[in-house]
Design a protein around this ligand. Structure first.
Ligand code: GLA
Length: 349
């Protein structure tokens, strides 16, 4: 189902799509930024709750958003000093995060109006989103043709399939930036959520959150989520990496690196009994726990999103890969197809 959702500043009409699966669970998506605005899943007693942070109106997303629910591109996460070299040529990007480039620039894919087509697949209702990013848009070379398909399956799986092609060598690192709170958006912070991440290493950062290049074992550190742990259990420990991030805001090096869809994380929220499993084909997971939220974003139903009221699990290649030759490459060449599949699967225990 499709309904008008308003207009952008330059007068482009935007829509809100409702995908309701056979279990009666609803996902709402707008083609402005590919933003997932609502995701309703049951708790242990069958009561529906909205587990993603977001706004009631398009105008609020246009005004100011810390990337609630959107598609991030052309390059998710940070590129040091907004510069990278490709085939001997240096490219300069807008610096929009301290001295670094973040999330694709001043007008990234999160602010683009995507073309949307409603589909029905064997797994459920889907929305196919396409966007063509022009050569040198936000400083990136090559015309990048992107297709992102959201499927809301009858098994309460939010399946995201990404595809992109280019006409010149470029770099690409797409991700999805939903903020989750399994206790319900706007209810409370996420510190009691229990998290497991299938990663023995993470990429430590400098104070601007650029990876140092090291792949550091998590064992014996507050970054060890190989066994389930509460987000809040170690977040205030005296640890340099936690200080740089203001909490968790780091890339975990997922153990599965063969590009196959693998279980990469599981999150459990005791009071609601909700569980979210994350599967991805990507090598990295940026786990960010809403450290920058401060109550100034007034979300759905007038609820203020305070410090750590949501967490993100952004599946991606590692930050700053264009400048780190030892990291898995984010270069895309003509004739190649960038592909990623990520699944957020919801259930109760
Ligand atoms: C990512 C970054 C964070 C922050 C958020 C958006 O998760 O890693 O540092 O910028 O996006 O607020």
């Amino acid at each position: 189902m499709k309904e008008p959702y308003g207009k952008t500043a330059d007068g482009r009409e935007v829509f809100l799509y409702t995908l309701k699966n056979s279990k009666g669970c609803v996902m709402k998506v707008t083609n402005y930024g590919g933003i997932v605005t609502h995701l309703l899943v049951p708790d242990k007693s069958g009561r529906m709750g909205d587990v993603v942070l977001g706004y009631d109106k398009l105008a609020d997303y246009i005004k100011a958003t810390p990337y609630f629910g959107c598609i991030v591109g052309r390059y998710g996460n940070r590129i040091a000093k907004g510069k990278f070299k490709l085939n001997g040529r240096e490219y300069t990007l807008a610096v929009n995060n301290g001295e670094n480039a973040l999330h694709g620039g001043l007008k990234g894919f999160d602010k683009a109006v995507w073309n949307a087509t409603e589909k029905k697949t064997g797994r459920g209702l889907a929305l196919e989103l396409t966007y063509v990013s022009k050569d040198m848009e936000e400083g990136y070379p090559g015309t990048l043709s992107c297709k992102v398909t959201y499927t809301w399956s009858d098994d309460n799986e939010f399946i995201i399939e990404y595809e992109a092609t280019t006409d010149k060598d470029t770099v690409v690192n797409l991700t999805q930036h939903s903020y989750f709170n399994l206790a319900g958006a706007g209810e409370r912070d996420i510190l009691d959520h229990e998290v497991m991440i299938v990663a023995d290493r993470f990429t430590p950062v400098d104070k601007g959150l650029i990876p140092t290049g090291e792949l550091r074992p998590v064992r014996g550190t507050p970054f060890d989520f190989t066994s389930p742990a509460r987000i809040g259990a170690r977040i205030n420990q005296d640890d340099e990496q936690l200080k740089f991030g203001g909490g968790y805001d780091h890339n975990w090096v997922l153990n599965s690196s063969d590009g196959k869809l693998s279980l990469s994380a599981r999150v459990t929220e005791e009071s609601s009994g909700r569980v979210m499993e994350l599967l991805t084909t990507e090598p990295g997971l940026q786990f960010y726990v809403g450290n920058f939220l401060d109550g100034s974003n007034i979300g759905k139903g007038g609820k203020a999103y305070k410090h750590r009221y949501g967490f993100c699990m952004e599946t991606q290649h590692f930050p700053d890969s264009p400048n780190q030759s030892a990291f898995p490459s984010t270069v895309l060449k003509p004739g190649q197809v960038y592909r990623q599949t990520t699944v957020y699967r919801f259930m109760t225990k």
